[in-house]
Design a binder for this molecule. Sequence first.
Ligand code: ADP
Length: 213
Amino acid sequence: MVEKFLNMAKRNSVRLSGIINDLLDLSKIEAGKMDYKFADMDINSVIDYVKPSLSGLAKEKGLNLIAEVTNELPHINGDSRRLEQVLTNLVSNAIKFTPEGKTITIRSHIADAKQIHANECFAEDLKKLTGQYVVVCVEDEGIGISEKDLPRAFDKFAQIENSLSRKVGGSGLGLPIAKQLLEAHNGTIWCESELNKGSKFYFALPFSQKEKD
Ligand code: ADP
């Protein structure tokens, strides 16, 4: 009995510190005080860090977490800790919203802005892209997001009105934080999703200037 309450208290304190960290991050970003450490880097190093750190959680839920990366991608100019934060959020969401026995795939590839298409609610963001980008995609086979809810997914405190979102908890701040972190990298984030089929969250980052020389 005591053990049950201790576990519950531990879970709640982990959840609470997650919410506090999200609120702190968002207020720092909005005040223009987020401290970025940009460096020339390979996005696959972010996948190499995040995948093993979440594979235990995926396994516990009976999910298969795999990576299909393109080797030797052009470098980007990024803050590896912040990009790890973005990818961690996307993969954690995929784990939260995917039922047992299914697969989550992390991919990386190159795409030309002209090849990138998405739901019209992301048209404004995608219109800003020009030239070539390194794209990361997190694909799940989970509950999906309806076309009606998709435009709100990156809004602050948006927890889509389904019983699972409420049950699994969270701050509803992970995606808006990810969006702002990517915008600080001159990148963007968008999502394709079908209710009850699954979601694909993408983010695109421009090649580093060094690659263009
Ligand atoms: P949180 O997960 O903390 O609630 P997020 O900003 O990360 O906040 O996500 C906002 C909402 O978007 C979630 O509550 C959920 O309703 C929806 N969502 C995010 N990722 C997925 C996903 N992979 N599949 C289905 N719904 C998702």
